[in-house]
Design a protein around this ligand. Structure first.
Ligand code: ADP
Length: 368
């Protein structure tokens, strides 16, 4: 019986991750399609099968087939909830996907060309299979809608042709989940919290009284910390030179896919592999990651006017005590403060947000 179940879909370029939650928001099944367009594999719960996944549409169809085989019919779900990377300036809270919301997500494609088209494809595929099924969206950018203008604006002129060129910030679902679950460990939510989402993508967020006031990512998820394959902070002048030297497309590939830990180490984008290596370049890449996390943490702390606690999440943040300690070490000038480690809870946060949206909608209809 799946009428109370919510399926969360996180559709990316080379992988589609889904998690199914029951009516109590307990996770009951996880299905992931990875290596789309290459060495495809479908992972159902803990078991992976190699399979041909030439494109995202095939991958999504394979996931829906697998659900069907587990006795879950898409049409019988309560809802499908999508992770959407970019909500721009208008989509600043989780919502039901109406034709207008779909259009607004499409309008954000120029802001997130590597992400939003995949979310739209998944939304459309579900719409085709189950036109009456409610679909909801949670936006990575939404948690940062509270950042003040002074933190958000680049020092650019206020011209119509430059509209939308501002800092948005990402990993918002992860930070929202962290704010929700941290008090289970810390008691009251710390007033000035430095949150560190350290995964393949990595960012820091200054959370004051539960709200984002600054974050290290900006217009796109490319800026801020040194990441798995993304360059992080880089002078715009250097980017201009790269565009002149390599052209736009090669620059885009270099900065997004061949830089960061991979570019520095020339070995791997994977922190665990680097930690297991004796290669001096791997050591340098790790040191670079920690140095810049520590340095940019100083900027986040200044934005909050001090620090009461640090919380780590994401694959690196959760699992590597070595990286956590190296970053905390760089903050020893702040004196004593507690630090927490929280498992990333993005999928359940998205399911919870969808459930709240639907309950509120239902209540509105009943009241009307
Ligand atoms: P994504 O941003 O793609 O969701 P994750 O949050 O899963 O990624 O983080 C992936 C990163 O976490 C990789 O760099 C991986 O090596 C790192 N990681 C996972 N487990 C460990 C570990 N035990 N020690 C060090 N790094 C780890």
């Amino acid at each position: 019986m799946s009428g109370s179940h919510i399926l969360v879909i996180n559709a990316g370029s080379s992988s589609i991750k889904t998690a199914l939650f029951d009516g109590n928001l307990a996770e009951v099944l996880r299905i992931e399609a990875t290596g789309i367009g290459g060495t495809g594999a479908l992972k159902i719960a803990a078991t992976a099968h190699a399979t041909n996944l030439p494109d995202n549409a095939t991958a999504l169809a394979a996931i829906f087939d697998a659900l069907q085989q587990q006795g879950i019919a898409i049409t019988a779900l309560r809802a499908v909830a999508h992770r959407v990377v970019h909500g721009g300036t208008t989509l600043t809270a989780p919502c039901r996907i109406t034709p207008q919301v779909r259009q607004a997500i499409a309008d954000c494609v120029p802001l997130a060309p590597l992400h939003n088209p995949h979310h739209l494809a998944a939304i459309d595929a579900v719409e085709t299979l189950a036109p009456d099924l409610p679909q909801c969206a949670s936006f990575d950018t939404a948690f940062h809608a509270t950042t003040p203008d002074i933190a958000r604006r680049y020092a650019l002129p206020d011209r119509p042709d430059l509209t939308g060129l501002q800092r948005y910030g990402f990993h918002g679902t992860s930070y929202a989940a962290l704010v929700r679950v941290l008090p289970q460990q810390s008691g009251a939510l710390p007033k000035r919290l430095l949150a560190c989402h350290l995964g393949n993508g990595a960012s820091l967020c200054a959370i004051l009284d539960g709200q984002s006031v600054a974050t290290t990512m900006g217009y796109s998820p490319l800026s801020g910390l040194t990441m798995g394959t993304r360059v992080g902070e880089i002078d715009a002048g250097a980017v201009l030179r790269l565009v002149r030297q390599l052209g736009l497309e090669k620059t885009e590939t270099l900065l997004n896919h061949h830089s960061g830990l991979l570019g520095l180490s020339d070995l791997s984008s994977d922190m665990r592999s680097l930690e297991n290596s004796n290669n001096p370049k791997a050591r340098f890449a790790i040191d670079h990651f920690c140095y810049w996390a520590g340095r940019q943490a100083g900027s986040m702390i200044a934005a909050m006017g001090g620090l009461d606690a640090v919380a780590f999440t994401g694959g690196i943040g959760e699992n590597s005590s070595h990286i956590r300690n190296a970053i905390l070490d760089k903050l020893s000038w702040m004196g004593n403060f507690p630090s927490y480690t929280i498992a990333a809870q993005e999928e359940i946060q998205i399911a919870r947000e969808a459930s709240n949206v639907l309950t509120t909608d239902q209540k509105g209809q009943n009241d009307a």
